[in-house]
Structure formats: C-alpha cells, structure tokens
Design a protein around this ligand. Structure first.
Ligand code: HAM
Length: 426
C-alpha cells in the first residue's frame, strides 16, 4: 500500500472544519486590521533562503527540501530550487520584485503550506501550515515605528481570543540592531571561549558558528553556563532601547500581557530589535504556536531598497491542537435530506435540490433506488434536520412531505414555502 510520506499527513473531515474555522477567523481579523492577502510560490530560488534566513541557521543548513531543476539539455547546469521553509523571505522578494514600496505601507497576510525536513513528532511535521502576516514599507511609511510592533502583537492577542485559545504566554525580547548584535556576539564569544569545551558538542558548534544560538541549547547540563552569559539588553543602543520601551508601553496601554525573555533569540538570522513567541502549555515539547519579529535589514540583504518590516507566522497545525473545540460540532450538518421515492423521481429531486441550494440551504440528495426506510436511516446518520419526500403524488400536487427527524412530525409543504419552512426551524 502506498502511504503518505513520513512527516506529511492527510487532513480529513470532520477535522477540516476546525481548519476552516481557523482560516475564516484569521481572515476576518486581518480584514479588521486592514491587511490584504499575498500568495507567493511554494518553491523559490534556494539563494533566497540562504541569504534571507541565513546559511548558519538549522533551517538552511539541515532542513530544506532542495533539488536541481535541470535545463532541457542534460548537460545544462540546473538552478537550485527549494520548497519554502517559511514565507517571510518570499514576501520580501515579492515586495522588491514588484516595487511594492511605491504603495507606501504594505500590510500583507498569507495562509499556506511550508516545508522543513525536521524529525516528525506531535506538532512537528515536514509539511505544515502557517498563517502569517508582514508589515513592510519604506521608512517614510511608518514601517519602523514601535506602533507597528504593538499593532501586530495586539492583533495576535485578538486572534487567539477569537479562536477561543486561552492559556498562552507572549514572550518578548529585543535583539537589537546589527551593530548591537555584532558587539553582543563578540562579548558572547569571549564569555564562551573558556567554558565552551565543557558544553554538549552541538552547543559547542553553535558557540563557534553563531553564538546567539547557544540560547536555544536545551541540554540541562549546559544551562548553568548559559544563565551566566551576558544579556542582549546590556548591549542595546539608545534608539533600540527606546523602541523596545515604546512597544512595551503600548502593549501595557492596550492590556496585552507579556513576559520579557532575554533568552529568546529566534532561529532565523534576519531579525532585528523586537522578537517574540507565543507559547501554549497544552502543546508539550513543541509549545511555540507562533513566532515573529522585526527584520529591518532583510530587504537590503536581498538587494532591495531600505524597507523596515515586522511580522509573524503561526503554526496552524499547533493552533488546531490547542483549540478547545470539537470537530464534530464545527462540521455543518445538512438542513434537509431529499428522498426521491420510486422510478423517475431523481429528476424532480434534483430540481428541488438545486432550488434549495441556491438559497444556501445545505442539501443531501438521496437516490430513487433507495427504499423509504433506507433514506430515513441515511438522513438520520448524516444528522439532517429534515427529510423531504419526493414521490409521484407530491410532484403532481407541487407540495412535499417534510419530516422533522427529531420530533417525527410530518407536514405537507407547498414548494414555494419550502425555503421559509426549513429556515424557520434553524
Ligand atoms: P518560525 O518560528 O520558524 O518563524 O515558525 C513560525 C511557527 O511555525 C512556529 O512557531 C510553529 O508554530 C510553526 N512551525 C515551524 N516549524 C514547524 C513544523 N515543522 N511543524 C509544525 N509547525 C511548525 C517563521 O517561520 C518566520 N517566517 C515568522 C515571521 C514572519 N517572522 C517575521 N515574519
């Protein structure tokens, strides 16, 4: 038997109703904050992620699905292509490619699959889905303002509330601008130099290649060393420090609670200043439901104009796990099951179904080959509210037997009154 590939999965009904609820809620919140949708390709030039996300990150160094897209002639050198592991780099590429700076401030959102070759476990898949948003524009558009950071974070609090997800924690940090980080990296290297030999090999490698990433080391024995390292907050220059203070000020004034976490450094290299994650207790090891931050230098890194930006992406797979809702309840049930009775009745039933569906009534359609008993049983299994019986006499009279499946009550309803009658009992 051919099965879905490791780390991928089928989303089946009724669970898909939960996914649709999340998508629709997100779209309606984005609308209220004046975001518009962007759809970028699922694969991109590998260089985009190497330069955007960073060669030294786990994502680029170990987790990308990359292949060589050969030219027609076998001898032709192919282009390296990668399935997108995240969407921010693609959005910024599109911003540059289509000159979106001329539109001023761009508020863009996306919903779609991403791909990372990670070790699959609960809440971690090789094809997973993100709902994300980015605010990006030239500095004159206000894209650099701490008000944008706070707007994104407040939007997230609103979205999680609307989804009915409680018990989340917003972890907040500032990782400074490029100069601050260069000085901080230097200080970290100095502090790690005498102690790094005592650390786990993976942490040691990080200490050399990308010292900030040492904060992501989970090995318990290394924690006392990590706790004593210098903190980024001591290295922020005045504008960065003020920016962070203003973000926190606005959050307090809108009543969004947060925890400062000086160890939060994020796994992608493009971040500057504000970095954040929302975690959720019920999710176990993979407890980050979303992450994001500012990336003021990313556009220039990719050869574009100066375009400060901030955004986030939430893992929809994890969000659905944290939802406190039953998939069964979310799945809409048919309002009416149409039961054609006897030869030739499929035609009349199809006409009626068409009329009702055009009025947004959910209709399941039976088959003239079914006996009444089988039709009523099927209607019951589907959870339909009514069965509508279409027999020769009914068609002649243009009036149909409508049976309430909960009470058993049955009345004859003229065709023109059917919609109203079915709706009345909603
Ligand atoms: P990220 O932290 O790499 O950030 O991913 C964001 C979220 O995607 C995570 O918090 C998690 O919920 C979900 N996620 C990541 N990997 C997996 C996986 N293998 N399986 C299931 N869910 C996963 C970014 O991707 C940035 N582009 C976010 C951003 C947007 N920053 C600025 N703008």
């Amino acid at each position: 038997m051919i099965k879905a590939v490791r780390g991928t999965r089928d989303l089946l009904p009724p669970d898909t109703a939960l996914w649709n609820f999340v998508d629709e809620t997100a779209r309606s919140v984005f609308r209220a904050y004046n975001f518009q949708e962007i759809r970028t390709p699922v694969f991109e030039d590998t260089q985009l992620f190497a330069r955007g996300v960073g060669e030294e990150t786990d994502i680029v160094s170990k987790e990308m699905f990359t292949w060589e897209d050969r030219g027609r002639a076998q001898s032709e050198q192919g282009q390296l292509i990668t399935l997108r592991p995240e969407n921010t780099a693609g959005v910024v590429r599109a911003y540059i490619e289509h000159n979106l700076q001329t539109r001023g401030l761009n508020k863009l959102y996306y919903i779609g699959p991403q791909f990372r070759r990670e070790r699959p476990q609960k809440g971690r898949y090789r094809q997973f889905y993100q709902i994300g948003a980015e605010i990006i524009g030239p500095p004159t558009s206000g894209s650099e303002s701490p008000a944008r950071d706070a707007e994104i974070l407040e939007l997230l609090a609103t979205l999680l509330d609307r989804l009915g997800i409680t018990g989340w924690t917003l972890q907040l940090n500032s990782i400074g601008c490029a100069d601050d980080r260069a000085r901080y990296n230097e200080a970290l290297r100095k502090a790690l130099d005498p102690v790094k030999d005592r650390m786990d090999p993976d942490c040691q490698r990080r200490a050399v290649t990308n010292p900030l990433r040492v904060f992501d080391c989970k090995v318990p024995a290394d924690q006392p060393i990590i706790e004593k390292l210098p903190r980024i907050s001591e290295f922020l220059d005045e504008p960065c420090r003020r920016h962070f203070e203003q973000v926190k000020d606005i959050l307090r004034s809108v009543g969004v609670e947060f925890q400062e976490n000086h160890r939060l450094v994020r796994g992608l290299d493009y971040y500057t200043r504000t970095a954040f994650e929302f975690t959720h207790g019920a999710l176990g090891a993979q407890n980050a439901i979303l992450g994001g931050g500012r990336y003021d230098g990313l556009s220039e890194e990719l050869g574009g104009p100066k375009a400060p930006g901030i955004g986030f992406a939430m893992g929809e797979d994890r969000l659905v796990l944290a939802l406190n809702k039953s998939a069964e309840e979310m799945q809409p049930k048919p309002n009416v099951y149409i039961a054609p009775l006897g030869p030739g009745m499929d035609r009349a039933a199809a006409r009626l179904a068409r009329e009702l569906r055009q009025q947004d009534i959910i209709v399941e359609l039976g088959d003239e080959g079914f006996r009444m008993k089988k039709s009523l049983e099927t209607a019951g299994k589907l959870g339909a509210r009514f069965a509508l019986i279409v027999g020769e006499d009914e068609v002649k009279a243009d009036s149909f037997a409508l049976k309430n499946l909960a009470t058993g009550e049955q009345v004859s309803v003229p065709r023109v009154e059917l919609v109203q009658r079915i709706r009345r009992n909603e």
